[in-house]
Ligand binder design. Structure first.
Ligand SMILES: [Zn+2]
Length: 363
């Protein structure tokens, strides 16, 4: 399966289908219904959180014929937008050619009325990649925006945008999508695709996606492509490059039992198996976090049972009482520091080795 097949296939076509951006959707829906539109929007946030998807829905909604339900996805305008035939939606990917030609063309084009619609909408993706020249051209247009034009700028790095551009837009920050909503979406897609998949594998995808629905769909596509049915958690772990549960649990046991030497051997075996140190640390954080929460909040057990596979759930229930909350706090803070340090260090496994000794000597 191609990496983005599922993401394209299940891309929302109206506001209500968008996952995890409720606050933004509410405001935009109101703006569309009350015809209180801005001439320039800035959508910021991590990749795969729905910026371009919402931009396209908004472009369609402002031109939809239906009075109440915008976009209706049935009127002639909506159909033109959905089939990609409309000339009143112009999408510019600033990352591909830095937008020089497009923005120059745009400067001239904005003076013409839309071909068929109320508005012509320009979506500029990864807008922070525009050249200075293109920014200047864009700024000129934003300073005196023609009534029939709406700009939707999208970026993962708003800090790289000139303040002069930002100040002329209405800004919306797209949050990382919570694990739970990603998992629900994956369950839904698996059902529609008639794929049998273990619930633990679905939660694993949610955890791995780190807030990006696009990544989650990509992971699911990759796992489906392996052809297993029903899909087991073990397969998902392998395909995603995650450490085995045994390895993670043994290292946690070594920490609980204060066995430095054992711990170091396990860390070395992870390194020798070419596991990504950051992902390995993330899995340690994940289990320690659940142990910590369960310690403070025994009722959390019910929720955990839904999220985790039997082996992980059994391990956590059996062992979480072995330390107290402040010891878990110390461990979590140390591993969070490891997670940060790995990206900037010459030896990715060194922060883990250092933390292991530090943690065990403090327990
Ligand atoms: Zn419509």
């Amino acid at each position: 399966m191609e990496p983005f097949v599922l993401y394209r296939k299940y891309r929302p076509k109206n506001f209500d289908e968008v996952v995890g951006q409720g606050a933004i959707i509410k405001v935009l829906k109101n703006a569309v219904n009350q015809k209180k539109l801005s001439h320039a929007y800035l959508f910021t946030g991590k990749h795969g959180t729905g910026k371009t998807t919402v931009a396209r829905i908004l472009a369609k909604a402002v031109n939809c014929f239906d009075e109440k339900n915008k976009p209706c996805n049935t009127c002639a305008q909506c159909e033109e937008f959905n089939s990609g035939k409309t000339l009143d939606l112009v999408e510019i990917d600033a990352a591909s050619n830095r937008g020089i030609d497009e923005v120059r063309a745009l400067k001239e084009a904005v003076n013409f009325l839309p071909f068929k619609n109320r508005f012509r909408v320009y979506i500029i993706d990864e807008v922070h990649m525009l050249t200075r020249e293109a920014f200047n051209a864009l700024l000129k247009t934003l300073e005196e925006p023609p009534k029939h034009i709406i700009f939707i700028l999208a970026t993962t790095s708003p800090d790289k945008l000139p303040q002069t551009i930002i100040s002329r837009t209405e800004q919306y920050h797209f949050k990382r999508i919570p694990e739970k909503l990603i998992a629900e979406n994956i369950f839904d897609i698996a059902k529609k695709e008639k794929i049998e998949i273990a619930k633990e594998a679905v939660w694993l995808i949610g955890f791995f996606a780190d807030g990006s629905l696009r990544d989650a769909h990509g992971y699911l596509g990759k796992i489906i492509a392996a052809g297993e049915s029903p899909i087991k958690e073990k397969t998902a772990l392998e395909i995603l490059g995650a450490p085995s549960q045994e390895l993670v649990q043994n290292l946690i046991k070594a920490i609980l039992e204060k066995k430095v030497e054992n711990g170091l051997l396990l860390i070395r075996s992870a390194e020798e198996n070419n596991l990504d140190a950051k992902i390995f640390t993330k899995f340690l954080l994940r289990i320690f976090r659940y142990m910590y929460l369960l310690n403070l909040e025994p009722d959390y057990q019910k929720e955990l049972k839904d999220i985790l596979g039997e082996s992980e759930f059994g391990f956590i229930s059996e062992n979480h009482r072995k330390l107290n909350p402040s010891q878990y706090e110390m461990i979590l803070i140390n591993f969070l520091e490891v997670h940060r340090a790995i990206s900037t260090t010459a030896i990715p496994y060194l922060p883990l080795e250092l933390a292991l000794y530090r943690i065990i000597s403090k327990i």
